[in-house]
Ligand binder design. Structure first.
Ligand SMILES: [Zn+2]
Length: 329
């Protein structure tokens, strides 16, 4: 302890001496400049020795205390002045505790294990296929001479669809109707006249045309379908009384929520129209029912529509009588 104190005092003396030296050096330089002598090196050394002890070290005791409070003399201070008193052996060698068993080593493998676990947990989350969305293609006004080609195309996409057919057309293309039924498509009724003045004349005419069409379908396929779509859709001609009449007769009236307007465009624009409407409809939680017609122009651009829907992950399904029908109003 006493040695350490001596060391500190020695430091203070050194500092004071340094300040004194600087002050004197300045004064002496000033003096030399005045007397025009340049012998700084020789003159400085004795001055230090004289001045240094003159200064009281007590001025700096607070600093000394601070030094003491802070910590015991560090190795740096002693290393700076080995020339003076040899205090090397007195300073207790710092006990360097034996290095702890490295805690890093156990932790890193743990982290690795955790990461592996995470990866293992993440991996199966990615594997399930995204939930497929159903889209319901519905073809009106058939059957038609292109019916068989439409059916062949649907087969290529493993697609099911729904056909709302007219009585006379079923009689004209009975094989197409049978093929639709045998391939698992849904067969529905669209009436007889497709004339709004005749079809919507009364509730009796509405139900009567559907009954007749159903009879024809039954004769061809043995199926009694309750799926109907009224000509031009239920709005605005189907009054509440008409709706109640078909309901009482056991029919389920379907409209659509995407009108391709294929009969109007008669080219590939109907596909663009469907895609545009589909984008908006995706925000609505209801089955996607697309209105199409059995027409050559529709068939021509149907692959484009099927490709798009397939790429978007849609599954092509047929309407079922258990579903809640989409209606315009
Ligand atoms: Zn129609």
């Amino acid at each position: 302890m006493s040695n350490a104190r001596k060391v500190k005092k020695g430091n203070i003396v050194k500092i004071i001496a340094l300040f004194g030296f600087i002050v004197l050096l300045l004064l002496y330089s000033f003096f030399l400049l005045k007397t025009k002598f340049f012998l700084e090196a020789d003159a400085s050394e004795p001055i230090i020795e004289v001045v240094a002890p003159a200064e009281s070290p007590e001025k700096y005791e607070p600093i000394d205390d601070e030094l003491r409070v802070d910590d015991k003399p560090t190795g740096n201070i002693e290393a700076e002045k080995p020339a003076k008193e040899d205090s090397a052996p007195t300073t207790e060698p710092t006990k360097e505790p034996a290095p702890d068993p490295d805690p890093v080593q156990p932790t890193t493998p743990k982290e690795d294990v955790k990461q592996e676990d995470d990866q293992e947990q993440v991996a199966p989350k990615e594997t399930p296929a995204p939930p497929s969305r159903a889209v319901y293609l519905t073809f009106d006004d058939g059957p038609h001479k292109v019916s068989k080609d439409i059916l062949a195309l649907l087969d290529q996409y493993d697609a099911k669809a729904t056909f709302f057919m007219l009585d006379n057309n079923m009689k004209n293309y009975p094989d197409a109707v049978k093929e639709m039924a045998s391939k698992g498509h849904s067969v529905g009724l669209h009436g007889v006249t497709h004339d709004k003045n005749k079809f919507y004349q009364s509730s009796k005419s509405v139900v009567g045309e559907m009954d007749q069409t159903q009879q024809t379908l039954f004769e061809l396929t043995g199926i009694e379908s309750d799926l109907i779509r009224t000509p031009f859709g239920s709005a605005p001609y189907m009054t509440d009384a008409y709706k109640e009449a078909v309901d009482v007769a056991g029919y389920k009236m379907w409209d659509w929520n995407i009108d391709s307007r294929d009969w109007q465009f008669r080219d590939s624009r109907y596909v663009d129209s469907v895609i545009e409407q589909l984008t908006k409809l995706n925000r609505v939680n209801q089955p996607i029912v697309i209105l199409l017609h059995e027409r050559p122009e529709t068939l021509e651009h149907l692959p484009k529509l099927l490709d798009y829907l397939k790429e978007q992950g849609y599954e092509f399904k047929a309407l079922e009588s258990t579903m809640h029908p989409i209606q315009l109003y």
